[in-house]
Ligand binder design. Structure first.
Ligand code: ARG
Length: 415
């Protein structure tokens, strides 16, 4: 028989809560189920637990109180969850409420209930099975962390990972209110289960039709797994005697199917991004477009520009000004997309036909940092200044009327 699986999502459509099992939004993989093999896919071995033992666990709910995903408290204002809990085919949806401090979903009204002010998706996500399956939620008002039932959890850093806290064979713990079987019923009481971390090489051989990326982590144990509705929730490991966040429930074929490990977003891969976002130093994507005659341009729009070839995200700039960064002004023209300039044309006392000054859109660091790449600045008194990644001298062509002034900025090469 064929068993369809699943990054199975509990989705919200407008005001109506829909339970999506195998809908169009699912990442569905067909695999054969050998005869005689149990199709029951329980979180076997999972047991009731309490929020005081897992005080970083939160429930993401619809306005009617329907639990659809988990999450983890990073600090009083920020929750880490899975991006597939909030990204439906590229459209970001905001969970109606986040509930902290509850053991039972039925007791949600006695928990700390917050609304979400902002969803920050990790850039470049295309599907849970392709990695990058994390998003941050900024709460409208901070959680009260003094209670033993609501506490932040520390992140596994790259140094922790090098030190072995997420090494192969390490026992990790996953918690949630997800279903007790694939397609089965949901518990009212928070569940916990321990699973052992596998190498990515082993995970890749279990999933030959997927490409397991370095930012994913596999964990499994016989008859034990996370399941639908656990997504976004925590996979934790011990660092000394302290629990730290190693993974975010992401995807798997079925649940507790011995052939297919549970897959998690590897928190150590995202820790620098998480730290930057919660510190307010956001990076936004720039898309690169290329034209042999005039070199390459950056735009914030991903759409192709006539005559230009879009090559994908090529750089990131700051969305929040930090010391040592320079503002970039964005100009928009519906025919040719948007451009960045360092000068505000209004300051120069003239506008440019067809262009509208919109706002300061970004900042670039002016000092070199480890993960930055050069932008070259070209200046033309008629047109203002532009940035390109390529030096026209290197391309062997000059731009008529344009003066090359040298490297003026660096942009970040990672989000
Ligand atoms: N994608 C599921 C969710 O949205 C989680 C699936 C986890 N599957 C697994 N076999 N560990 O809740």
């Amino acid at each position: 028989m064929l068993s369809a699986l699943t990054v199975r999502r509990w989705a919200i459509a407008s005001t109506i809560a829909l339970l999506i099992g195998c809908g169009a939004e699912d990442i569905t993989e067909q695999h054969s189920q050998s005869p005689g093999q149990s199709i029951q896919q329980d979180i076997v071995g999972g047991t009731n637990t309490t929020i005081s033992d897992n005080p970083w666990q939160v429930s993401l709910q619809t306005s009617s109180g329907f639990h659809f995903c988990g999450g983890s408290v990073i600090n009083a204002n920020w929750i880490l969850t899975a991006q597939h809990c909030v990204n439906y085919g590229g459209v970001i949806s905001t969970p109606a409420r986040v509930v902290a401090g509850i053991t039972n979903i039925s007791g949600s009204n006695s928990g700390q209930i917050r609304t979400v002010a902002e969803v920050v998706p990790y850039p470049g996500y295309v599907g849970a099975n392709k990695g990058k399956d994390v998003a941050l939620l900024r709460l409208s008002s901070p959680l009260e962390l003094s209670s033993g039932n609501v506490q932040a959890i520390g992140l596994v850093t790259a140094a922790d990972a090098s030190g072995g806290v997420t090494g192969t064979g390490v026992v990790s713990r996953v918690t949630g209110w997800g279903t007790l079987a694939s397609g089965g019923s949901s518990p009212d009481t928070l569940q916990t289960v321990d699973v052992s971390i596998l190498s990515n090489i082993s995970a890749q051989s279990s999933y030959p039709n997927e490409t397991i990326t370095a930012d994913q982590l596999a964990s499994a144990a016989p008859g034990k797994d996370s399941c639908q509705g656990d997504s976004g929730g925590p996979l934790t490991v011990l660092k000394g005697s302290t629990r730290v966040l190693a993974g975010v429930v992401s995807w798997g074929y079925g649940c507790a199917d011995s052939r297919y490990p549970g897959m998690y977003a590897r928190v150590s891969s995202f820790a620098p991004w998480i730290d930057r976002v919660i510190a307010g130093a956001r990076r936004v994507a720039l898309y690169r477009h290329y034209n042999r005659g005039s070199g390459d341009h950056f735009y914030t729009l991903s759409s192709s520009v006539a005559g230009y070839v879009s090559e994908g995200v090529s750089g990131f700039v700051l969305a929040t000004q930090i010391p040592g960064s320079t503002p970039l002004y964005r100009y928009f023209n519906s025919r040719s997309g948007d451009h960045f300039y360092t000068t505000n044309w209004s300051d120069l006392g003239f506008g440019r036909d067809g262009y509208a000054y919109e706002w300061v859109e970004a900042y670039v660091p002016t000092d070199s940092a480890p993960d930055t790449a050069n932008w070259y600045r070209y200046f033309n008194t008629g047109n203002g200044d532009h940035f390109y990644t390529t030096n026209w001298n290197e391309l062997g062509a000059g731009g008529g009327g344009w003066i090359y002034e040298g490297v003026r900025a660096q942009v970040y090469t990672t989000p």
